[in-house]
Design a protein around this ligand. Structure first.
Ligand SMILES: NC(=O)c1ccc[n+]([C@@H]2O[C@H](COP(=O)([O-])OP(=O)(O)OC[C@H]3O[C@@H](n4cnc5c(N)ncnc54)[C@H](O)[C@@H]3O)[C@@H](O)[C@H]2O)c1
Length: 321
């Protein structure tokens, strides 16, 4: 796998042979992108153990998997799990390890979305007397849930590993709302910026253990989460993509040797942006600002050496080092 000159990640080999018999722990597969990813993995012979709060949706995913042509012997199993509850997430991973003896890939897709006004000067003094738990729940599920999944994933991916060349990956679901302001969904944007922050903070410790970690940031995708806005998107001729499009990129990443990158996914295509952001720093921070920034980053690296940092991150593929 290579990125094109334009940083586009093109999934060419869709046989995904490395996923045959792989064990994948997935969150949020009762619907949308998670469900499509689980079904695609199953079709390629992987063993999927997924956690979700929605038991009815999970039953639908299981029945869809049962109806799939599956000559490669994959399986799909559901464990009731609220990713914001740490013990639930631990139980999800334990179930996968107990059943299969190892975990190869983790995909953190579970999330919720709403546009509750949690932070807004238009709120009255009476309204802010009490917290808005519906809004803060987004942080609990989308950010803390992803952090719970990531923390627990590490040791479970390492368990019973046959040497550090055996492929292990963690893929986070960010969003276009991880990258910049998108509308006024305040808490969702804060949570999804946090998910991108997690990727940037985790890539060094995960690299040390040769576990690939990447973040995919989809733009508008036709799932129940985006359904309330679809009419307006269509009316304004927005680019859209299907959850199958996103699932194909996720499988491509699981099958690749890419590490530490983030991808914007729009209209079924994927572009890496970590390297571009780093290279373009003099443009967006100015030459003097970026010189100061990089100098201090290098000073920090002397205190706490890292195999790479944001500006030395190019070509970071797990097998190169
Ligand atoms: N659909 C889009 O346009 C879009 C755009 C950008 C990013 N994303 C991201 O993609 C991922 C998948 O979203 P989707 O569009 O498939 O949404 P979706 O609503 O179809 O699916 C989300 C799944 O997460 C589950 N979930 C919710 N809370 C949970 C919890 N506490 N514990 C466990 N499971 C929980 C839901 O039950 C559901 O099955 C999310 O991280 C979302 O933020 C989606």
């Amino acid at each position: 796998m290579v990125l094109s000159n334009e940083n586009e990640f093109v999934v060419q080999d869709t046989t995904f042979s490395s996923l045959h018999n792989a064990v994948v722990v997935l969150t949020g597969a009762s619907s949308g992108i998670g469900r499509e990813t689980a079904l695609a993995l199953h079709q390629h012979g992987a063993h999927v153990v997924f956690g979700d709060v929605d038991a009815n949706g999970a039953a639908e995913t299981l029945s869809m998997a049962e109806q799939q042509q599956n000559q490669l012997g994959g399986s799909v199993e559901y464990i009731q799990c609220d990713v914001s509850l740490y013990d639930d997430v631990y139980r999800l991973f334990s179930s996968a390890l107990d059943k299969h003896g190892h975990v190869d890939h983790v995909v953190a897709s579970a999330a919720i979305f709403n546009r509750e006004k949690w932070i807004d000067p238009a709120l009255s003094i009476e309204e802010v007397a009490k917290p808005n738990t519906k809004a803060s729940k987004i942080l609990d599920v989308d950010l803390v849930g992803t952090a719970n999944t990531s923390r627990i994933a590490g040791p479970f991916l390492m368990a019973n590993r046959k040497g550090d060349t055996e492929k292990k990956t963690l893929t986070l679901l960010g969003s276009v709302a991880s990258m910049q302001q998108v509308g006024e969904a305040v808490m969702y944007q804060a949570a999804k910026h946090g998910v991108l922050g997690l990727l940037r903070a985790m890539r060094t410790p995960f690299y040390r253990h040769r576990i690939q970690v990447n973040c995919v940031c989809p733009d508008i995708t036709l799932t129940p989460m985006a359904a309330p806005f679809m009419d307006s998107f269509k009316k304004n001729r927005a680019w859209t993509q299907t959850s199958e499009d996103v699932a194909r990129v996720i499988l491509g990443l699981l099958d690749s040797d890419i590490h530490g990158k983030s991808f914007y996914l729009g209209a079924g295509r994927a572009w890496e942006f970590e390297d571009g952001l780093s290279e373009a720093m003099p443009h967006w921070l100015g030459s003097e600002g970026s010189r100061h920034f990089k100098w201090n980053l290098e000073c920090l690296a002397k205190v706490s050496p890292v195999p790479f940092s944001s500006h030395t991150f190019s070509n970071c593929f797990c097998q190169d080092h």
